[in-house]
Design a protein around this ligand. Sequence first.
Ligand code: MAN
Ligand code: CA
Length: 316
Amino acid sequence: MATSETSENKAKQTCNELEIQEDFTTDIHPLYSRMSRFTVREELRSRPNRLAAIILGLLNVVFILVITGLSVHIDRVSETHNTLTLNSSRISSQLAHLQSEHSSLTESRKTLQNKLDEDTKKITSLQQNLNTMTKLKNDLSSQNQNLQQEKRKLQSQISNLEDNCGRCLPNWVLMNNTCYYFAVSDAVLRKSWAAGRQECKKNGADLLVINTKEEQEFIVDTLKTLRYNLRFHYTNGFWMGLKDDHTEGTWKWLNGTNMTAGYWMPGEPNDDNAAEDCAAVYPAAHPLRAWNDAPCSYPLKWICEKEVDITPHNPQ
Ligand code: MAN
Ligand code: CA
């Protein structure tokens, strides 16, 4: 207790000393004296505050710097953003334009494709028509050739008939001052070689004797022209004045001459059954392969020939 009283007294003493010191100042000016007291007290208390103020100030500066930096960065980003927005809008505009062009081109492509398809169809159709026409043309050309050939033969026939007028018997054909008779009519029955020869002789003629290749062609062509163009059968033959009845294999004409050029069919004469001694001519496809030997007794048609009459024949 005594100790605490002592400490208290010491404190009071210190305080009193301070107050005494203050009292010295009171002699100068009371206001000043109070201010000094305040300042002393503030100085004693503001050291940590100053530090804080400095830190705050520094922080403030840093803050301002950061803000300034951010502001600059934001400006730049904003500028970039604006540029990008502008570019984006340009690109969008270009994209829209390109899309429009693309759809326009797609439409054009469709139209062209349709046109191409149509044209291809037309070309195919025209090609088919062309093929048909070409075939038709070839057929017509072939027919024309046949008709021309027919016409030449008919003209030859007409010429023969005209020239024949009064020079050969009716229904006889004139060729190189020789009159020929072809027993093609259905009304005329087939006869043996000898009977056929008799029919010729009745008209002052004899069976056909072929002297030249041209005469052979004329005979076969005339047979065909007279519509006697039949497929080969031995019965479709016409007796000629040619036989090998004296010596087998030696063919002689009625005028006694030996046959030199023969116009036999392939495989003929074959003297079938060793019984074929008379020769007949057929309306064969090949005029120079048109003869066959057959039995003289077989009934066939025949062909007569005789020189042109010196005096014209005038039928009444
Ligand atoms: C067949 C062939 C001919 C022959 C006749 C008649 O057509 O053998 O060679 O002339 O028959 O017999
Ligand atoms: Ca024969």
